[in-house]
Structure formats: structure tokens, C-alpha cells
Design a protein around this ligand. Structure first.
Ligand SMILES: Cc1cc2nc3c(=O)[nH]c(=O)nc-3n(C[C@H](O)[C@H](O)[C@H](O)COP(=O)(O)OP(=O)(O)OC[C@H]3O[C@@H](n4cnc5c(N)ncnc54)[C@H](O)[C@@H]3O)c2cc1C
Ligand code: SF4
Length: 468
């Protein structure tokens, strides 16, 4: 028998401690095993916790891989495989599967599948490149578009002027996404525009869009005491941010806002960020014309005429800060101008107890219909012109079925909207009209992208198919 100078606690870790140990009066453990076995016991005692840690690590790794593979399968099955704009491309020959990119990505776009990083949920990528910055072996580069889906990027000079003298582009429309970048560009574009003052009877600049780029540009225009208007097609400011999901955590880098100074918000909810901007609007009386959409730009001698549904503005320069989402596509039916017709769901609660028609067949339409159907007392009719929903997620299909089964939602496939009035809507199916009582209409039939308008006024645009 061998007398080891060990405490019982450390040996108990290998199990069966009672059978192989006895304890001396001073509390020391005495090993009863034959010497050869007891020689092995000490290394085993130390290896066991290591083995447990290793097993846990492998288990977690495999669970994450399985989850990522399942997400990828769902995306492929739903046809949601194309990232919207700027996105990472991973060189699988270089990738070592460290997982640094998946941890850095706040949107859940990336996952490790078979030991390598992949875009498992491509449609949610917002292109801020945190993944590329985190990759330890530089296996990731950021590109616009894919082989199948081109992305139009206008040519913009370092001072943000396009090839059409006097027309400037800032923010996501120019290919540079993210709140901080858009805000910085809006400010810098106005600094360039401020050198080019208007003639009599002209505005110095018309700023189009009140997202981060247009908002910052508006503050800069105030700071430089320019004569300007800012037009925003929606009735709210914030651009893309206004349409983030409720309570989304927004990660922003510090940014310098004209008239405000350096702003460090870090991680903040969408609602608090919007409230912060609203606070600035209140404090410095930022003049933004809401609910007015730019429809056409006509070049004239030393300037432009900017046309909206309501007005014409004569200006020396024009700053397009209109993002990439475009304007909502309209149905073009009688009654569409009624205030009960909107193009985006803001808050499902406002439709509680109401009869709502949702028009469209994509994920946006289905998510809108499901959200409203869940409100007590509401009933939703989902009108779609085709006979089946393509390119929607499996989860949305399931939720749609559940809502339909619960009687909260009626599917009206192969229908189009014929007419909207104060109290009813009329749907057409194969030439047969059906009228139904209705309190609200939400149209989710996609958007009209800004590119055709840019091309029409001669702005050079390059379509990128997976290039930087
Ligand atoms: C889901 C999601 C999550 C994101 N999360 C983050 C994040 O956490 N952090 C981050 O930094 N970035 C994030 N982004 C990206 C960021 O929101 C955008 O890059 C940024 O909003 C771009 O700002 P912008 O001003 O260029 O364009 P937008 O925000 O798109 O604003 C453009 C504005 O122009 C208006 N407009 C368009 N056409 C017209 C017209 N014809 N007439 C008048 N007005 C018009 C629009 O209504 C809109 O208000 C996210 C994006 C998405 C989609
Ligand atoms: S670019 Fe941003 S959102 Fe897209 S995968 Fe990389 S970290 Fe995620």
C-alpha cells in the first residue's frame, strides 16, 4: 500500500473514492490500490475534468453546427438564398472554421457547417462587415450582389457628387450602409454642396429622404445656413430604422451630428434611437416636409426642378439620401388614396377589433397578416394574385396555417383588388367581384427601386454581380 499526500477531495473526482481510499486520523487519504494502479490514478484524476470540458465543448460545437445546417436547409427550401446588398463571401480554402465571424455577426447570418463558415440566413445580412473584421485568417471579403442577382451602385465622386453635376448621393443608395456611415456622408455631402450657392429664386439644395443620411444632411444644411427643403415620402423620420422590428437592438458607432456634436449611443433599442432623433428635431426645430415624395427631376439651366405630387422646387443642387428600399409599389385602383390604405405595418395593436385586408404574397405580407390576426377581435383577409405562396419561410407557412385554422384569417388566393371605399373593398376573382366589409388595407406588394429614376436623369450606375 502506498501513502499519497493527497486530500480526499481531489481523489473523489475520479469516482469510487470510498472503495479505494481510507483516511488517516489527520485527514490524509491513503490509497489501497496496488502500486501499478495507483501510479495511473493521479494522471486520471487530473484528466477527468479535462475530458468533461472537452466533451462539453464538442457537444456544444456539434449542436451549433446542426442548428446552422438546419437554418441553411430552411433558407434553401424557402428560396431565401440571396443577400440584399453588401454581404460577405467566404473563401472556404482559407477558412479555418474558427467561428469568430459567427460570433461577431449580430444578425445571425453566418453559421459553421461542416467545419467552415457559411451564410446560413443570407436575407438578413445588413452588410456591416463585422464578420470580415473578426476573421483571424482574412477569409472574408465584402461584395455587392451575387452571380444571379445584380446590385446597382451609382458612381459617386469623393465629394459625393455623381457624374451629373449638382446631383449628390449619400448613404445606403451609394452602397455605403449603416447608420454612422450614412450620417457621416450626409454631413460631408452638404459641406461640398455649401460651396455652390444658389442663384436668385432657387434653393441651395433639396434634400430627399429623412433616414440617417438625410437627417444629418438637414442638420448640416441648417448649420451652413443654406436655403433648403428636406422631403420625406413617409410621415415619420428614421428611414430604414423606423421599420426595424420592435425593440431591435441597434449597434451604432460614434458619429458627429451637425449642431449636436459627437454622439455615442453604442447599443440602443430602435425606439430609444428614434426618440433621441425626435428630441433633436424638437430642440433645434428641424424642418422636414413629411408625406411628400420626389417623383421627377428635371435639369434646367444651372440647376434642377424637383417635382413631387404637390409641389415643384427650383434648386441649385440636389442631395439624394433615399436609401435602397425605394418607394412602396401601389395597386393603382380607385380608393387607394383613402387614409385607411397604408403600405407598411407599424403597430399591429392599432388594428385590434378591425377587419383588415392585407395584399401581397411575400414574407412581408404574410408576417403583417399573421401579426394583425393575433390581435383580439381582428379579422384579416389576405389577398394574393397567385394560387400559392412561393419564396416564403417555412415558419411563416406554419403560422399562416395556424391563423387560418383558428378562424382569424381568410386566404383569398387568385384575387386582385378592384376597388376600395370607406367601408368596403371589392376583390376580383376570374372576373367575379366580391365585396367585403373593411376598416383598413395594408398593401405589401414590394417597392419601386430608385435605379430607373437615377438612370433616367443620366446618373451612371454599375450593376455589381458579386464584386466589391
Ligand atoms: C433589419 C435591418 C437592421 C439593421 N441594423 C443596423 C444596425 O444595427 N446598425 C446600423 O448601423 N445599421 C443597421 N442597418 C442598416 C441601416 O439601417 C441603413 O444602412 C441606414 O438606415 C441607411 O440610411 P439612409 O439614410 O442611407 O437610408 P434609409 O434609412 O433607407 O432612408 C431613406 C429615406 O428616404 C426616403 N425616401 C425614399 N425614396 C423617397 C422619395 N422618392 N421621396 C422622398 N423620400 C424618399 C425613405 O422613405 C427613407 O425614409 C440595418 C438595416 C436593416 C434593414
Ligand atoms: S456583413 Fe454584418 S450582417 Fe452580414 S454576415 Fe457579416 S457581420 Fe453578419
Amino acid at each position: 500500500m502506498r501513502d499519497w499526500n493527497l486530500t480526499a477531495t481531489s481523489l473523489k473526482k475520479v469516482g469510487h473514492a470510498r472503495r479505494i481510499l481510507s483516511f488517516a486520523a489527520d485527514g490524509r487519504a491513503i490509497c489501497r490500490l496496488p502500486p501499478a494502479m495507483s501510479e495511473l490514478l493521479l494522471p486520471l484524476a487530473y484528466m477527468a475534468p479535462l475530458a468533461v470540458v472537452l466533451l462539453l465543448y464538442v457537444y456544444r460545437w456539434r449542436t451549433r453546427e446542426a442548428r446552422a445546417a438546419a437554418t441553411l436547409r430552411r433558407a434553401v427550401k424557402s428560396g431565401l438564398t440571396e443577400p440584399p446588398s453588401l454581404h460577405p463571401v467566404i473563401n472556404l480554402d482559407i477558412c479555418v472554421g474558427s467561428g469568430a465571424c459567427t460570433r461577431a455577426c449580430p444578425e445571425g447570418t453566418l453559421g459553421i457547417v461542416q467545419g467552415k463558415a457559411h451564410m446560413v440566413n443570407p436575407t438578413v445580412c445588413i452588410g456591416h462587415g463585422a464578420c470580415a473584421a473578426a476573421c483571424p485568417v482574412e477569409a472574408i471579403k465584402l461584395v455587392f450582389g451575387t452571380e444571379r442577382r445584380g446590385v446597382d451602385i451609382p458612381h459617386v465622386k469623393p465629394n459625393f457628387e455623381t457624374n451629373v453635376a449638382g446631383i449628390y448621393i449619400a448613404g445606403e443608395l451609394g452602397g455605403m450602409g449603416l447608420i454612422r456611415n450614412a450620417a457621416e456622408q450626409g454631413r460631408q455631402a452638404i459641406e461640398s454642396i455649401a460651396h455652390n450657392r444658389a442663384q436668385q429664386g432657387q434653393l441651395d439644395v433639396v434634400i430627399v429622404g429623412a433616414g440617417p443620411a438625410g437627417f444629418s444632411a438637414t442638420l448640416a444644411a441648417m448649420q451652413h445656413k443654406l436655403r433648403f427643403v428636406t422631403l420625406e415620402q413617409e410621415n415619420s423620420m428614421g428611414g430604414c430604422v423606423y421599420h426595424y422590428p420592435r425593440n431591435k437592438i441597434v449597434a451604432t458607432h460614434p458619429v458627429t451630428l451637425p449642431l449636436v456634436g459627437k454622439v455615442r449611443l453604442g447599443e440602443i433599442t430602435k425606439e430609444n434611437l428614434l426618440a433621441f432623433w425626435q428630441g433633436i428635431i424638437g430642440k433645434v426645430s428641424v424642418p422636414i416636409t413629411f408625406g411628400e415624395r420626389l417623383d421627377a427631376i428635371v435639369p434646367v439651366d444651372r440647376g434642377f426642378v424637383v417635382k413631387t405630387e404637390r409641389n415643384e422646387y427650383h434648386c441649385r443642387s440636389l442631395l439624394l439620401a433615399i436609401g435602397r428600399r425605394g418607394s412602396p409599389r401601389k395597386l393603382g385602383v380607385p380608393g387607394e388614396e383613402l387614409p385607411k390604405v397604408v403600405y407598411r405595418l407599424i403597430d399591429p395593436e392599432q388594428y385590434r377589433g378591425k377587419r383588415v385586408l392585407v395584399v401581397g404574397g411575400g414574407n412581408a405580407a404574410i408576417e403583417t397578416a399573421i401579426a394583425i390576426a393575433a390581435e383580439p377581435g381582428s379579422h384579416v383577409t389576405l389577398s394574393y394574385r397567385n394560387e400559392a405562396f412561393n419564396r416564403v419561410t417555412e415558419r411563416n407557412r406554419e403560422l399562416l396555417k395556424e391563423a387560418e385554422g383558428a378562424g382569424q384569417l381568410t386566404l383569398a388566393l387568385c384575387t386582385t383588388v378592384k376597388l376600395i371605399d370607406e367601408r368596403q373593398v371589392v376583390l376580383d376573382r376570374d372576373g367575379k367581384a366580391t365585396a367585403m366589409d373593411n376598416d383598413a388595407v395594408i398593401v405589401c406588394v414590394g417597392g419601386v427601386l430608385p435605379t430607373p429614376m437615377l438612370k433616367k436623369i443620366g446618373i451612371a450606375v454599375e450593376t455589381k454581380f458579386g464584386t466589391a
